[in-house]
Design a protein around this ligand. Structure first.
Ligand code: ZN
Ligand code: ZN
Length: 445
């Protein structure tokens, strides 16, 4: 039995346990089935499932003419299950295609390093060249810096905007003509449904599996997994032993599944085909209708797409500065602010300071920094907003909160979460260990 607990940016953890279903595979009739696909009325063994998955990717690419033999296809890797499954399946479906992988090191402390190792292991395993874009080196800022701006409560959205822009930029640099992303069926239909209720048909039409470049010289964007159920990406990764992200993004503390994805999962229990049906209604009926209407109205409402004055990527904003560049400009005005401080810096902090030990009560009882309070990390994880409100009420909004754990890794996401909800928070670099060392040196001198 193989198990994997998977956590995706902005969402709570998903858990899969792969075990035998006690029946033979409906495809080969030899091996024991490990996965049931209700919509296809199949129970498949590991190998037959992998074949089924890869065949669907191949069929999807061919049917929608996503790329041709001369294209250089770049796969945007996040380290998450969808893009990991996409890269491996594309390589299997098109072994002769020129395929490369991209990864952006977003500088999310601790987390980005973890992902970087995973994508390096993955690309070695599937033998695809990897191009890494280090945000800090190339542009001088990291995603965590946005915590000091008004976007601190919208970290996932800022991150998405930056990632999309950088991927497009990279594709051009490396001469990729096609850029593939790992959007799955659940993402696609969930977003469609929420855009539908908002009356935002423009967003629905952007969810098409193939998007032609808005201005010449940009890569074509494709979504070869747009008709692959999310859970199958996870199974694919587990069954094929592919390196994948195994820890939480610190910015996703306390996030919940989108309401529409939850509704869809509920509907699926009655009708295993519901997600495919909705996808088809949106793409075959609604989007063409919307595009026809847009075409006839073109003279009245024309959305001009031009190159951004700063970065040159397509934008429809009237001042010709794209949403990424507008956010980055704000950051530059602000200047960098650290989220991690050393013990020396802690000593110099002014005003009221509250030290929070985020380890377990047992570890805290055994040994802690004098005057520190104990709030285990799990308590923050459950509801960071509630915890932030509590702390503010108890200690006042001018207090500085310094979180620490044993070595500094666990306390960082807690400091990030407190920042997101408006508190001045830092994580103590090196944690209790660093503090102990500091105290022992100070006592000797
Ligand atoms: Zn089989
Ligand atoms: Zn720009």
């Amino acid at each position: 039995m193989k198990t994997l607990t998977y956590s995706k940016c902005g969402l709570p953890a998903m858990k899969v346990e792969v075990k035998g279903l006690g029946v033979k595979c409906s495809e080969c009739g030899q091996e024991e089935a490990v996965i049931e696909l209700k919509y296809a009325r199949k129970k498949l063994c590991s190998n037959c499932f992998t074949d089924f998955f890869v065949r669907r990717v191949k069929r999807t690419v061919d049917k929608h003419r996503m790329f041709g033999p001369k294209d250089r296809v770049a796969v945007a890797l996040s380290g998450g299950k969808d893009s990991v499954a996409l890269l491996d399946a594309l390589k299997r479906a098109f072994p002769k295609q020129d395929i490369i992988a991209f990864y952006i090191d977003l500088g999310i402390h601790y987390y980005s390093d973890h992902l970087r190792q995973k994508v390096q292991a993955l690309t070695e395993k599937v033998r695809v060249p990897l191009h890494i874009y280090d945000l800090k080196d190339r542009e001088g800022y990291v995603i965590d810096d946005f915590l000091t701006t008004k976007f601190r409560s919208k970290m996932c959205s800022v991150c998405g905007i930056v990632k999309r822009a950088v991927f497009t930029q990279m594709a051009k640099e490396i001469g990729a003509t096609v850029m593939a992303t790992g959007h799955n069926l659940d993402d696609t239909v969930g977003t469609m449904l929420s855009a539908f209720f908002a009356g935002d048909f423009e967003s629905i039409s952007r969810l098409k599996p193939v998007l032609k470049p808005l201005i010449p010289g940009q890569p074509k964007k494709i979504k070869p997994l747009f008709n692959t159920p999310e859970v199958e990406d996870l199974y694919y990764v587990v069954l094929n032993d592919l390196p994948v992200q195994e820890c939480h993004c610190p910015h996703s503390f306390g996030a919940s599944v989108s309401r529409y994805k939850r509704i869809l999962d509920q509907m699926e229990k009655d009708n295993p085909n519901v997600k495919f049906q909705l996808l088809s209604v949106f793409l075959k009926r609604l989007v063409p209708m919307y595009e026809r209407v847009k075409e006839t109205e073109k003279e009245n409402v024309s959305i001009e797409v031009e190159a951004c004055k700063v970065c040159g990527l397509p934008t429809s904003s009237p001042d010709r500065v794209c949403s990424r560049c507008r956010r980055v400009a704000l950051l530059k005005k602000r200047g960098g602010q650290k989220l991690e401080i050393t013990v020396e810096e802690l000593e110099k902090l002014e005003g009221r300071i509250v030290l929070i030990d985020v380890r377990s009560p047992a570890a805290y009882e055994k040994e802690h920094i004098p005057s520190a309070i104990n709030v285990p990390k799990e308590v923050f994880e459950e509801n960071p907003q509630k915890m932030a409100r509590k702390l503010r009420r108890k200690f006042g909004r001018k207090t500085t909160f310094v979180t620490y754990c044993y070595a500094g890794r666990e306390s960082y996401p807690v400091a990030v979460a407190l920042r997101r909800f408006g508190l001045r928070a830092y994580s103590l670099r090196g944690g209790l260990e660093a503090w102990k060392e500091y105290v022992s040196v100070a006592s000797k001198t």
